[in-house]
Design a binder for this molecule. Structure first.
Ligand SMILES: Cc1cc2nc3c(=O)[nH]c(=O)nc-3n(C[C@H](O)[C@H](O)[C@H](O)COP(=O)(O)OP(=O)(O)OC[C@H]3O[C@@H](n4cnc5c(N)ncnc54)[C@H](O)[C@@H]3O)c2cc1C
Length: 362
């Protein structure tokens, strides 16, 4: 068996680590200079989106021997709509760094690997398929999947982000829902430390949104963020991403080619989380290759979560600012907060099944 992994990101490295632990060696090809050779950004993993895996970091460590050190716990998330503010608190999850940051998750994974990674390796699927019996497509790019099979795009997202300086509580995140600057999307602030944070505005590129002035929306969002947190933030670095595809493949595997991470459809559409799902698909593909499981069966619950999450997104997208205010206000209700943060009830799954009673076919 000759195994090639295309991409040393979260899914590719989780796959490589799992294979290594089972005594298999893979050739890992990464087109960049190092793992995490990208702009610095803080990302998050929220337990409420990963039920029944209450604590994703502990689960990866205890069940899969993959060890990650988050930057901070998240104990409070403030939610802002146009005229309302509320918050959810409790052990909500973790923030972590990505990209060129020394503690980026992709770097932490690369450090756990005993074997080496071929960096600056621009390989094509066609070349690899001549030489390898098994290929794991882990490039993080749905367009690579599209060359091999249909990829259903739920929406393409436009991101504008910045690293900002100010005063932050490392355990607190901030989420903004306001169609005036985040049409059918959201803004969020995730701290890196007590003096630096990631600020992101993300919305779907539907035709009506494409006409809007991105810089104007960003300016409005930035002002709103400064106003709500009562600070004058300093921008130290800005970036933007366009055409980031959120969707899923028709099949997780074609012959001995395994589609993992974003190449499979790891991003849950409602709020765009995909780190944990990416790592899980990498692990599952490795388990199949190692003869310990069936990839197609293992990813079924993730397909279902994708559909549930898409149902929620389609519902949220229909809300105007007044309805978003009502929703934000409802978070102040203790019962709603308890349901959302419950470790026993998958609140978002239940909600999506109420909205869309017949489970969509996975
Ligand atoms: C701005 C932004 C914010 C996000 N925030 C969150 C968040 O807060 N929480 C969350 O859970 N998720 C978040 N996500 C989603 C999450 O980052 C992704 O789901 C996850 O990183 C996907 O992992 P992956 O392994 O598929 O791809 P990646 O981790 O991106 O890795 C792909 C790797 O493949 C390499 N590569 C690409 N092409 C080739 C090639 N031809 N040959 C060799 N190597 C190649 C790349 O250089 C890269 O190293 C966010 C995404 C974005 C864009």
């Amino acid at each position: 068996m000759k195994i090639a992994i295309m991409g040393a990101g979260l899914s590719g490295l989780s796959c490589a680590l799992t294979l290594e632990k089972q005594g298999f060696t893979a050739d890992i090809f990464e087109k960049r200079e190092m793992a995490g050779d990208r702009f610095i950004i803080a990302e998050a993993m929220f337990s409420m989106f990963h039920t029944p895996f209450d604590d994703a970091v502990r689960y990866l460590s205890e069940t899969h021997d993959i060890h990650l050190k988050p930057s901070s716990n998240l104990n409070k998330v403030f939610v802002y709509s146009k005229n309302e503010t509320s918050f959810i608190d409790g052990p909500l999850g973790f923030t972590n760094m990505r990209g060129k940051h020394p503690e980026a998750y992709e770097r932490q994974l690369a450090e756990q690997l005993k074997g080496s990674i071929h960096y600056n390796a621009t390989v094509t699927y066609e070349d690899l398929s001549k030489e390898y019996t098994h290929i794991v497509l882990a490039t993080g790019d749905a367009l690579d999947t599209k060359k091999l099979q249909p990829y259903e795009v739920a929406y393409k997202a436009s991101f504008k982000g910045a690293i900002i300086q100010g005063d932050f509580m490392e355990t607190e995140a901030h989420a903004f829902f306001n169609n005036d600057y985040a049409p059918k999307g959201m803004g969020y602030l995730l701290p890196h430390s007590n003096c630096e944070a990631t600020l992101v505005l993300v919305y779907p590129q539907y035709p009506e949104n494409e006409k809007l002035d991105k810089e104007y929306l960003w300016g409005k969002f930035f002002q709103e963020c400064c106003r709500r947190l009562d600070q004058d933030f300093k921008v130290v670095h800005e970036y933007s991403i366009k055409d980031y595809r959120i969707g899923k493949t028709e099949t997780p595997r074609i012959g001995n080619t395994f589609f993992v991470g974003n190449c499979w459809g790891a991003i849950t559409p409602v709020f765009g989380f995909g780190q944990f799902e990416s790592m899980l698909t990498g692990i599952y593909a490795a388990q199949d290759i190692a003869g310990m499981g069936n990839y197609e069966k293992l990813v079924q619950p993730l397909y279902q979560s994708y559909h549930d999450s898409l149902t929620l997104r389609r519902t949220l997208e229909k809300l105007d600012n007044h309805q978003l205010d009502l929703l934000t206000k409802s978070l102040n209700n203790k019962l709603v907060e308890e349901l959302i943060t419950s470790k026993k009830v998958d609140f978002f799954k239940v909600l999506s099944r109420i909205i869309h009673p017949l489970p969509r076919k996975a």
